[in-house]
Design a protein. Structure first.
Length: 347
């Protein structure tokens, strides 16, 4: 595999690929000191001084560069590597996916990280059990999607296929807007304090503002890349805060208690949400050999809240069709089978 960017996430991808998959990893980072550290730590088998020095034939190319340079690096990788699936680890996807039609690019985003940075903190177990979003286009090649799905599984993560726009909307709701709100909470508390000495703060404030001010260069790039979804999320948050203010101003204890209880119920439901659960069961079907059929199946199941835990593709002797096997949670089997048959009936 080729690895562009040797920081915490890229370095951890390299370590996991070498340790868990026995992969041969060739890496690049613009900082020669980082390249040397990556070699010293065993993150990569070899490094190149320039991206053009990579071997052209690799199975997977992972772009772990800063978000501002992702589009350029992805475009260069798509043009350079022969037969590879090209992916990235950035936290916004829609613009990247839209910018690379018909390319061997499939977006990726592991929900993993740490409060430290740099290749010196890379860990081979960083992705163990972590959700790793994959955002294929409807016409993405099935063989490349299968390869990337298997690669992510091999790193110890749980690949979860999702539409790129849905990904960015959900990331705004569950990650990006909470960061903005945490920053605002810190600013509000600071202004409320005035010139007084800072008191000992309670756990509620510490927990709610843990992410405030996190990695300014990284988060400035994320806000820019997902601006529309973040702004929509902030508008919705402001509206909810206005509703909460009006409720509290009414001096209605019963209504306030009900509001608090509903928040408790909704939080519990959100934390319990998952597209996994139970034993896995197999769905096996013959599919036409046309671009996008496997991606179409995966995205259809994703929209129904059904995750594909594993997949295999086997071509038929005439290469006009192939057999796809999908493994889903047993509780989702009947619904998944119905959706698969519905998609294939329209092919």
């Amino acid at each position: 595999m080729a690895l562009v960017g040797l920081g915490l996430i890229g370095g951890s991808v390299g370590l996991a690929a070498r340790e868990r998959l026995g992969a041969e990893v060739v890496g690049f980072d613009p900082d020669p000191e980082v390249r040397a550290k990556a070699l010293e730590r065993g993150v990569v088998d070899a490094v190149v001084d320039e991206p053009g020095d990579f071997p052209r034939e690799v199975d997977v190319a992972v772009i772990a560069a800063p978000i501002a340079g992702l589009a350029r690096h992805v475009a260069e990788a798509c043009a350079f590597f022969a037969g590879a699936v090209v992916t990235d680890v950035g936290s916004t996807k829609a613009a990247l996916v839209a910018g690379h039609p018909r390319d061997p690019y499939i977006g990726g985003h592991p929900l993993a990280g740490a409060e430290v940075a740099g290749v010196e903190h890379a860990r081979g177990d960083l992705f163990a059990g972590a959700t790793w979003y994959l955002t294929p286009r409807p016409d993405s090649e099935g063989i490349l999607l299968e390869r990337l799905h298997r690669f992510v599984t091999g790193l110890g993560a749980v690949p979860t296929i999702i539409d790129a726009s849905d990904h960015d909307r959900l990331m705004a709701a569950f990650s990006h807007v909470p960061h903005v709100v945490a920053n605002a909470m810190v600013a509000q508390a600071t202004r409320a304090l005035g010139g007084e000495a800072i008191p000992v703060v309670g756990p509620s404030f510490r927990d709610a503002t843990r992410v405030a001010g996190a990695n300014p260069p990284l988060w400035a790039g994320i806000y820019d890349a997902n601006r529309d979804a973040v702004l929509a999320g902030l508008d919705a948050t402001i509206a909810l805060l206005t509703e909460a203010r009006d409720l509290l101003a009414r001096d209605d204890t019963h209504a306030t208690e009900a509001w608090q209880a509903e928040a408790q119920r909704q939080r519990r439901a959100l934390l319990d949400v998952g597209m996994t659960g139970g034993e896995l069961t197999e769905i096996r079907r013959v599919v036409p050999n046309r671009p996008g059929v496997v991606a179409d199946l995966a995205l259809t199941l994703s929209r129904a809240g059904i995750n594909i835990h594993d997949m295999t593709l086997s071509p038929q002797p005439d290469f006009r069709s192939g057999e796809v096997a999908l493994w889903v949670a047993e509780e989702h089997h009947a619904r998944a089978r119905s959706l698969v048959d519905e998609v294939l009936s329209q092919s």
